[in-house]
Design a protein. Structure first.
Length: 242
């Protein structure tokens, strides 16, 4: 497969703090690529650099072989941040309709896509409920639905399943697999081990550096351990969450 995103020697510093240090990786079209690491390892910063929300201190990001230009990139991507950016006094449908209008979705397509993504995150019965009545987990699911709304080619999801129960989390991951089968590329950050095992490949971040980038099975073989968590412990870092 061809690389759809290439990160080359990417570094980011905030004043005296080096958050990322010379990160390089390729993300292939049509794969689920996981960024796994403890809190503070640089996962969110790396995502923001890959979509142009932050500028690197050094290094570069290319999308489909061209230097990253955020304005041209946005119609092709869906982005879900760690914090929910929702209008609390609007209904779920109104939040979705507003986002759909920003992407220029026509009315018929808009209605179809709203129903499709709300069904995927198991929120269709709550379509007309004000967001301030949603639980934290429901808000996360609505944020995911918004990221999926315009049927993006690439999804950037920053810990999308935080606060979601295990059964629904599995269903959402089944949805990710279907998106992958349709040719979509998904970049997902997590610190949850069972999610890491579901990724096609993993980039393991520790102290702002990629310590490994390969399939979960290959990484475990490389370090001679039985779990990804043991890889972090073997490198003297903070363990990730089970």
């Amino acid at each position: 497969m061809d690389a759809i995103i290439q990160v080359s020697n990417l570094s980011k510093s905030f004043k005296t703090q080096d958050v990322l240090k010379g990160v390089s990786l390729d993300i292939e079209q049509g794969e689920i690529y996981g960024l796994l690491g403890p809190s503070g390892s640089g996962k969110t910063t790396l995502i923001k650099l890959m979509i142009g929300l932050e500028l690197p201190s050094s290094g570069s990001v290319t999308f489909k072989g061209s230097r990253l230009k955020a304005k041209k990139l946005y119609p092709s991507i869906g982005y879900m941040s760690q914090s929910d950016a929702l209008y609390q006094d609007l209904t779920a449908k109104e939040n979705l309709a507003f986002t759909a209008s920003l992407y220029g979705l026509k009315k018929a397509q808009r209605e179809q896509q709203i129903e499709k993504v709300m069904e995927m995150v198991d929120l269709l019965p709550h379509l007309n409920k004000p967001v301030h009545q949603f639980s934290g987990g429901m808000k996360r699911r609505l944020s995911l639905a918004i990221a999926l709304l315009h049927d993006p080619e690439v999804l950037f999801l920053d810990e999308p399943t935080v606060g979601i129960d295990p059964v629904l989390r599995k269903e959402i991951w089944d949805g990710f697999r279907k998106l992958k089968e349709d040719g979509r590329t998904i970049i997902i950050t997590t610190h949850v081990m069972d999610e890491a095992e579901r990724c096609d490949r993993l980039g393991l971040l520790q102290h702002g550096e990629i310590i490994s980038s390969d399939t979960p099975a290959a990484i475990k073989t490389q370090y001679g351990v039985g779990s990804i968590e043991e890889v972090f412990l073997k490198n003297g870092g903070v363990s990730v969450e089970n």
